[in-house]
Design a protein around this ligand. Structure first.
Ligand SMILES: *[C@@H]1O[C@H](CO)[C@@H](O)[C@H](O)[C@H]1NC(C)=O
Ligand SMILES: *[C@@H]1O[C@H](CO)[C@@H](O)[C@H](O)[C@H]1NC(C)=O
Ligand SMILES: *[C@@H]1O[C@H](CO)[C@@H](O)[C@H](O)[C@H]1NC(C)=O
Ligand SMILES: *[C@@H]1O[C@H](CO)[C@@H](O)[C@H](O)[C@H]1NC(C)=O
Ligand SMILES: *[C@@H]1O[C@H](CO)[C@@H](O)[C@H](O)[C@H]1NC(C)=O
Length: 360
């Protein structure tokens, strides 16, 4: 949980106060005429470590971006969290630098990796910067971003989905001009193409937490991944994903088990694709485990997940209610979420990804 949850992710400065919605990757529609896999046309990786072999990075990227070290410097630190690779390196930007990536049309995952350790000659409190992709401001740090600085933590990973019209995806690092000696830094970047309708479907509305209205997203909405959980199941690594290198965490840390009567079910499921949700939306493991609320003589039980989202806004509390002879309904902060139906043959709850609009 420490590694990829935004929870342990102290680099995170508030970006914007924005409504939350959640995306259930768990619709199991019929008709299997769509391909069951997705091959991203572009997979880039930039690693600030010197000469990392592809298998080292764990990410089987096609294209390695060569860093121009005339405008970027590399710094080193001792990595207290890894005895295997005790030395860690980062790219440091002391003025505005843009890295252009040539990508295909359509949306991309952009994953930014930050390792908060004491780099030699640098004070982390001066790591004050923003990162933009085209017109979107993905990250803006401030001194409070480092208040929970822990030198033993693993990479803080921030993941975004951004759609570009053109074929150049410019990633721009801008150190703060207000603080003398401010710098920007990054350890790794991954850019992976994603299917155009994975999250944003222009004709499908999302429910907003705490508001009766629905929310329609256009192609120009940038998203940030807040949580990606395999409910009731195990960690799913990037290499087990359907070729988009996403990672799922367990839900144990967020599940409030004491106020419900729930259990985990494992089942064999057949994930059928549809026009709206292709079967590569998530790997099969996401569907096979679920939590159920047991049928009891009591009229009502509920299951609750509490997902802090400190760097965006407040928290998301997801509740699932089961009344006797009633369907499961998903609620966030007491509001029923009905953006998508869950028609999984498993009688349980399988929300998967919580995303927030971001960036402007
Ligand atoms: C999935 O497709 C198979 C074969 O097309 C079908 O037998 C099965 O009932 C479908 N399952 C669901 C949940 O629609
Ligand atoms: C880093 O900067 C902060 C604030 O400017 C200062 O309090 C601290 O002593 C500095 N640390 C080092 C190691 O220089
Ligand atoms: C990318 O950046 C370059 C130079 O910094 C600029 O000339 C170009 O217009 C930018 N392209 C896009 C699509 O933002
Ligand atoms: C959004 O993207 C989809 C898929 O690329 C495209 O069919 C649709 O026309 C786009 N909509 C707008 C408003 O650009
Ligand atoms: C869960 O339900 C079972 C069966 O109705 C009951 O025996 C048990 O006490 C319940 N547990 C809790 C924590 O409510």
């Amino acid at each position: 949980m420490k590694t990829e949850s935004p929870n342990g992710n102290s680099l995170l400065a508030p970006i914007m106060f924005l409504p939350f919605f959640f995306i259930a990757c768990c619709i199991v529609p019929s008709s299997a005429d769509k391909p069951s896999y997705y091959i991203p046309p572009d997979t880039f990786a930039v690693d600030c470590s010197p000469s990392v072999a592809p298998h080292d990075a764990g990410f089987p990227y096609d294209q390695k971006y060569e860093i121009d070290f005339s405008s970027v410097s590399r710094v080193y630190a001792v990595d207290p969290s890894s005895s295997e690779k005790p030395r860690i390196s980062a790219c440091i930007f002391r003025k505005q630098v843009t890295w252009p990536f040539i990508v295909s049309d359509g949306p991309n995952f952009i994953r930014l990796y930050f390792k908060l350790v004491a780099y030699s000659g640098l004070n982390i409190s001066k790591a004050l910067f923003s990162i933009n992709v085209g017109p979107y401001t993905l990250i803006t740090t401030s001194e409070s971003s480092y208040s929970k600085y822990s030198p033993n933590s693993d990479y803080a990973i921030r993941e975004f989905c951004v759609s570009m019209d053109g074929q150049v995806l410019n990633v721009t690092f801008t150190p703060s001009s207000k603080v003398f000696g401010a710098y920007a830094f990054i350890n790794k970047i991954e850019i992976v193409s994603m299917p155009s309708k994975l999250y944003i479907q222009e004709d499908a509305p999302f429910s907003l937490v705490g508001q009766p209205t629905h929310y329609f997203m256009g192609n120009s909405t940038a998203l940030e991944m807040i949580y990606r959980m395999n409910i009731g199941g195990d960690v799913i690594s990037d290499l087990e994903d359907t070729c988009m290198f996403r990672r799922w965490t367990r839900d144990d840390d967020y599940f409030m088990s004491n106020d419900g009567n729930t259990s985990i079910v494992e089942s064999e499921v057949e994930v059928n694709s549809s026009l709206l949700v292709p079967s590569y939306a998530a790997p099969l493991q996401v569907y096979t485990s679920a939590r159920t609320i047991l049928q009891t003589t009591e009229s009502k039980y509920r299951a609750t997940w509490l997902c802090p989202v400190d760097h965006v806004a407040g928290s998301v509390r997801k509740e699932v209610n089961r009344r006797k002879n009633d369907d499961l309904s998903i609620m966030i902060d007491g509001q029923r979420c009905s953006g998508f139906d869950i028609s999984d043959p498993t009688p349980g709850v399988e929300f998967s990804e919580i995303m927030a609009p971001t960036g402007r």
